[in-house]
Ligand binder design. Structure first.
Ligand code: URA
Ligand code: ZN
Length: 378
């Protein structure tokens, strides 16, 4: 039997979630053009530009975003044996306070049932494809205890292997002390947090809305997303989250954004300013250093599309053991109709093989072994 290949960064919009987006008229929403063309997924603030005709805003959304059979076909095509599926951005961040709990339970139950059904159906064939999931949290719920309850409930669902979350937290970012009960619950249940960007940077960072629009999704996705992740995890570090919750486990999307490259600089700046003035007083800076946190609390996906980024990630993580293969499917589909292989996948395979070429054991670990160990997959 060939070696397992595990994709830990692969998204779905469940049918119920897509139906909810279809009923909305403001970001995030799905628009169905009258001419029967592919629906449009309008989720980023920069997608909803009024100078762009509605039928062309955002990106096309086809069955690959929600049909699990299409996901399984994608896995077969690329030799992926196991996927840990997660709801895609912006998760449940935008829901009204009273809707968050019911939607998180609905989405998480749907994900759990999908995994159970797929694993049962394929379990008897030689072409086994296995699914697990990361759950979504009701972050806009009126009380953090509702989030904590869902973290505890997810522990009882057999296919759940962690939670996916964006960078806004309860609305004030991830250095918000009000998140402490959430960090405590994640730590106590040893639930892995998959931290993923969505909001990017303000248009002003790129030269204004016209400039952002001019280049489509390139600036928000190539630069906004990784910097958003870097800023979010740095705010966690600065506010001492990893001191107070030293057993927290966080998987960073896109190889940590730019964290591996900037870790030395971040640590140097902290070293020169151990005390911060925050909340009107003098606050002790983080005690555990960036490298220790990278080597004990942080895991990185290998979704970085190139050897320079992957080498930085492996170095920052203290070796290849904390790196996990991913694809970001269904985003970044093939560029030409009829293409079978997704370049977003083959580029990541190539970067892993190019970087670790002589170390076959390490390649096997990044492609699957690490995920099996870290996420306790069968
Ligand atoms: N674009 C998104 O909106 N989300 C992803 O995860 C990848 C690309
Ligand atoms: Zn993603």
């Amino acid at each position: 039997m060939s070696d397992p290949i595990v994709d830990i960064h692969t998204h779905v919009y469940t049918p119920a979630y897509l139906a909810m987006l279809r009923a909305r008229k403001k970001v995030p929403y799905v628009h169905d053009p009258a001419n029967g063309a592919d629906s449009r997924l309008i989720i980023l603030a920069s997608d909803d530009d009024s100078s762009t005709p509605l039928d062309q805003r955002g990106r096309p959304v086809d069955a690959s975003y929600s049909d699990i059979e299409v996901k399984l076909a994608f896995m077969r095509r690329h030799g992926i044996t196991t996927s840990v599926i997660s709801l895609a951005n912006p998760w449940l961040d935008f829901l009204e306070v009273d809707d968050a709990q019911v939607w998180s339970e609905r989405i998480n139950n749907d994900l759990e049932n999908t995994c159970a059904k797929v694993n049962k159906d394929t379990g008897t064939t030689s072409n086994v494809k296995t699914l697990y999931a990361f759950g979504a949290l009701p972050l806009s719920a009126p009380d953090p205890s509702i989030i904590v309850n869902e973290i505890n409930r997810l522990k009882t669902l057999p296919h759940m292997r962690g939670v996916i979350m964006g960078t806004s937290g309860l609305g004030k970012g991830l250095d918000d002390p009000a998140l402490d009960p959430v960090w405590a619950a994640l730590e106590e249940t040893q639930t892995l947090l998959f931290l993923h960007p969505h909001y990017g940077l303000p248009d002003e960072a790129f030269g204004g809305p016209e400039v952002t629009q001019r280049y489509g999704h390139v600036l928000p996705l190539a630069l906004g997303f990784p910097l958003e992740t870097t800023i979010a995890v740095t705010r966690m570090l600065l506010s001492g989250v990893f001191d107070r919750f030293s057993n927290l486990k966080v998987l960073l999307a896109h190889s940590g954004g730019t964290l591996p490259f900037l870790a030395g600089r971040i640590e140097s700046c902290i070293a020169h300013e151990r005390k911060f003035v925050a909340n009107g007083g003098s606050t002790q800076g983080p005690v555990r250093d960036v490298w220790t946190v990278l080597n004990t609390n942080i895991y990185l996906d290998a979704v970085v599309y190139g050897e320079a980024g992957l080498k930085a990630a492996i170095h920052a993580a203290g070796g290849h053991e904390r790196l996990l293969f991913g694809t970001d499917n269904p985003f970044f589909p093939p560029l030409s109709e009829g293409d079978v292989a997704w370049p977003s996948v083959t580029t990541n395979y190539k970067a892993i093989e190019g970087t670790l070429s002589t170390d076959k054991e390490a390649i096997r670990a990044v492609l699957g072994g690490n995920a099996i160990r870290i996420l306790n997959l069968n």
